[in-house]
Design a protein around this ligand. Structure first.
Ligand code: ATP
Ligand code: MG
Length: 157
């Protein structure tokens, strides 16, 4: 069934608001009103919750996390949805960026120990994105922040 992105993202941001508030992290969304995507709602929710949880976990108190959604057309004129999750957090070293989507990979055991994760989140996200014939990528600068971009076809064929 088509998912109305504005309503869907608002409810996810609502879910994450309490954990963001605990760290005084400003959590904002920018989602066009008239945008629908043909996707599995539960899987889409898992993708966004994982990315937003990471963004909040790996950002220091008082930082910012944003969820931005927009529509694009690729070179063949196929309609795509671009989802950006951006934070002002600790960043990911260049050498680790290619490996973070592997199962159990965590950047630095010492720095991420306190968050108590397993290193599975992003491998699951990548799998779910690929089930929708989409792609995921990361851009990050150490000490500045990170943006994860998920590109999904608007319609599944
Ligand atoms: P889990 O999600 O299974 O609880 P996790 O968060 O450690 O554990 P992933 O979500 O797969 O595992 O992320 C892998 C690693 O990538 C993290 O341990 C962290 O080092 C790094 N990472 C992920 N997202 C960010 C981010 N937004 N900013 C900085 N580092 C990140
Ligand atoms: Mg995680």
């Amino acid at each position: 069934a088509p998912v109305h992105m504005a309503t869907f993202c608002a409810s996810i941001l609502d879910t994450m608001a309490t954990v963001a508030e605990k760290k005084r992290i400003a959590l904002h969304g920018d989602i066009p009103e008239e945008l629908f995507i043909e996707a599995d709602e539960d899987k889409l929710r898992q993708i966004l919750i994982n990315l937003l949880s990471n963004a909040i976990s790996y950002t220091q108190d008082g930082g910012k996390v944003e969820l931005n959604v927009r529509e694009i057309q690729d070179a063949e004129g196929t309609e795509k949805i671009l989802i950006h999750v951006t934070d002002t957090g600790i960043g990911i070293p260049k050498k680790d960026q290619p490996r973070i989507f592997e199962r159990f990979y965590r950047v630095d055991k010492a720095r991420s120990r306190s968050s108590g994760g397993t290193g599975l989140g992003l491998s699951i996200v990548k799998h779910l994105v690929e089930l929708h014939h989409g792609e995921i990528s990361v851009e990050s600068e150490l000490g500045i922040g990170t943006t994860f971009t998920v590109e999904l076809p608007m319609l599944q064929d």
